[in-house]
Design a protein around this ligand. Structure first.
Ligand SMILES: NC(=O)c1ccc[n+]([C@@H]2O[C@H](COP(=O)([O-])OP(=O)(O)OC[C@H]3O[C@@H](n4cnc5c(N)ncnc54)[C@H](OP(=O)(O)O)[C@@H]3O)[C@@H](O)[C@H]2O)c1
Ligand SMILES: [Zn+2]
Length: 345
């Protein structure tokens, strides 16, 4: 079976087609024939290599995927070949203390499809039955593949970890990333007042169409903390959703309200940041980290995808044959939402 990925870690020049054996579903597992898969920033980190994370090579990229049930492992009797399904890329062991408390996102053996396992940019993928969900009728395969990773991340980060309440003021840093497009919608769904900051006016127009109440364009030289502080009427934000990292965090900390929460889910611009601790204790603010989501959070998000109150944002679609071009688009500064690759039925 051919997949899009790499044999040696490095930059995009390492990407190409690799051969893997067809995966066979074991007991309690399901094999999905993929019809669509989507890129995440994680794919770039996996390609470059992540310190301390052994990655099997050759490696197929892709955490998100949707398709049809192809083959059932022993003991799986509540699905049928041909069912339209999407996969939850978060893998938990089901047996550690966190899993027993239904806190799967805190599983001590938490793994992600496409990072710790082979990914979805290929024909077939095998996951546990509990990671397989029916695709809401209103969604095609491309939309279904665009949703799982970013929406579950935004859901847990804002609602569980960030404890977002209706009426609170939220700032989302960045408009065009897949996670930002999800976070804007999840925060609005909760009834929060959402401000989005971006380097691009075009992306901010699109953020407003997704429900953002207010938008702020960051021009070169403008200072994020001052822009946010002024926007909040010098009160600060109750929650700031930040995935940018080094470039933003020293400033987003300063734009927190009393009791505010800075929720960090990524560090696109770099992992090390210096912050003024006095801001935290004086404002009694906190910095919280969040990753992926547990089973109940995933199902909550999926229900809202079914009602149409959350809508996957697809930047562009590309045939898997052209995965390289899709990956280039994924690196484009114009990116807004998810880059999806499609496989013929
Ligand atoms: N913890 C988790 O479970 C989890 C899950 C998903 C993603 N993540 C992480 O979250 C981050 C966001 O992921 P993503 O897939 O949405 O895509 P991404 O391509 O990393 O996100 C780009 C976003 O960051 C903004 N941005 C601001 N300054 C930037 C800079 N200097 N360089 C690049 N982008 C900048 C962009 O905003 P504008 O272009 O609008 O200005 C855009 O909204 C990544 O670091 C990813 O690894 C973590
Ligand atoms: Zn566990």
């Amino acid at each position: 079976m051919r997949g899009f990925g790499f044999t040696e870690h490095g930059g995009p020049e390492r990407l190409g087609w690799v051969e893997l054996p067809e995966p066979v579903p074991g007991p309690g597992e399901v094999r999905i024939r993929l019809r669509a898969a989507a890129f995440n920033r994680l794919d770039r980190f996996v390609l470059e290599g992540i310190p301390g994370v052994p990655i099997e090579r050759p490696h197929v990229l892709g955490s998100d995927g949707a398709g049809i049930v192809d083959k059932l492992g022993e003991g799986v009797d509540d699905l049928e070949a041909g069912n339209r399904v999407l996969l939850n890329p978060g893998l938990w062991d089901g047996s550690c203390p966190a899993c027993k408390r239904q806190e799967e996102a805190l599983c001590r053996n938490y793994r992600i499809v496409g990072e710790h396992t082979q990914g979805t940019m290929t024909d077939l993928v095998v996951v546990p039955r509990r990671n397989v969900h029916a695709i809401p009728d209103s969604l095609g395969f491309a939309e279904a593949a665009a949703a799982p990773l970013v929406f579950q991340t935004a859901w847990r980060a804002l609602l569980t970890v960030g404890e977002l309440a209706a009426g609170e003021r939220v700032a989302v840093v960045g408009a065009g990333g897949g996670v930002s497009t999800a976070a804007i919608q999840v925060a609005r769904l909760r009834g929060a007042e959402v401000t989005v900051v971006s380097r691009s006016a075009t992306k901010l127009d699109r953020a407003r169409a997704l429900g953002a109440n207010r938008t702020l364009e960051l021009s070169p030289g403008s200072e994020l903390d001052k822009v946010l502080w002024a926007e909040s009427g010098k009160q600060g934000f109750d929650l700031i959703f930040d995935s940018v990292g080094r470039e933003s965090v020293p400033r987003t900390v300063r734009a927190l309200a009393r009791g505010g929460r800075l929720v960090i889910i990524g560090a696109t611009s770099g992992p090390l940041a210096e912050i003024d601790l006095r801001t935290l204790f004086w404002r009694q603010a906190s910095i919280r980290g969040s990753t992926m989501a547990g089973r109940a959070e995933f199902e909550g998000m999926l229900t809202e995808l079914g009602t149409g109150r959350l809508i996957p944002v697809v930047d562009s679609r590309h045939p898997l044959e052209r995965a390289r071009e899709a990956f280039e688009r994924f690196s484009s500064p114009e990116l807004f939402g998810k880059v999806v690759v499609e496989l013929p039925g």
